[in-house]
Design a protein around this ligand. Structure first.
Ligand code: ZN
Length: 226
């Protein structure tokens, strides 16, 4: 399931601030999650050759595409090793302050639950059944049933929306619960960068001049200062 979600996430199209649509197929763990705090673009992974020395860095796409010069971004270039350290730091912060973070997660779960609309969905389904019965009756007696038909279409749309909202809520609940499970199971700080853990926990990293903001899939945020 986790892998499936990951695939869906990677197929998402990012709409740039300048209106360009970007689709990335890169399978690198940090692709599509590192964002520029200055212009809102994604960061892209680059192999850098400097005086015969190879290194891997991440740079804001606006800076790489000089042709799309409307966006003039000056945000910094970040070595990949630095990004990895930042993620280790952010994850360790949640492990160190486990109790505080678990309390935040509990609150987030309650917020998600309080936005439930399962009642609304049941009401829509009940009304749909009634209207369908009415439609049959009207059709059988050759009475005009256009109004009822339109109402049925409208309610079907509404039902679809309610179903999607409910699925989203379940997804968010799952993410929050997963982070809770991670925190409870992890006794000590992690000592090195762990790609699978990043895929599991991290939603987004935003690069600013003086800090990184790491957002977890569960909704909690951690600032890592320079
Ligand atoms: Zn930028």
């Amino acid at each position: 399931m986790q892998a499936q979600e990951e695939l869906v996430r990677r197929r998402l199209v990012h709409k740039s601030p300048n209106g360009k649509k970007r689709v990335f197929s890169s399978s690198h763990c940090l692709s599509n999650i590192v964002y520029c705090g200055e212009c809102g673009e994604l960061y892209r992974r680059i192999h850098w050759y400097n005086r015969g020395k190879k290194s891997i860095v991440w740079r804001c796409i606006s800076r790489l595409e000089t042709t799309s010069a409307n966006v003039s971004c000056h945000n910094r270039t970040v070595p990949e090793s630095r990004l990895e350290q930042v993620l280790v730091k952010a994850i360790n912060r949640t492990i160190c302050d486990k109790d505080d973070f678990l309390a935040v997660l509990q609150k987030n779960i309650e917020t998600v639950l309080s936005h439930g609309n399962d009642r609304a969905l049941a009401d829509i389904e009940k009304r749909l059944k009634e209207l369908q019965a009415e439609l049959l009756k009207l059709a059988a007696s050759n009475t005009d049933y256009e109004k009822v038909g339109n109402e049925i279409y409208r309610l079907r749309d509404e039902k679809q929306k309610a179903l999607m909202e409910s699925a989203n809520r379940n997804e968010v609940k799952k993410r929050i619960a997963d982070m809770g499970a991670f925190l409870r199971d992890q006794p000590t700080e992690i000592t090195e960068y762990d790609e699978s853990l990043v895929r599991r926990l991290i939603e987004k990293v935003t690069v600013y001049e003086d800090k990184f903001v790491v957002e977890f899939k569960s909704g909690v945020k951690v600032d890592v200062d320079e």
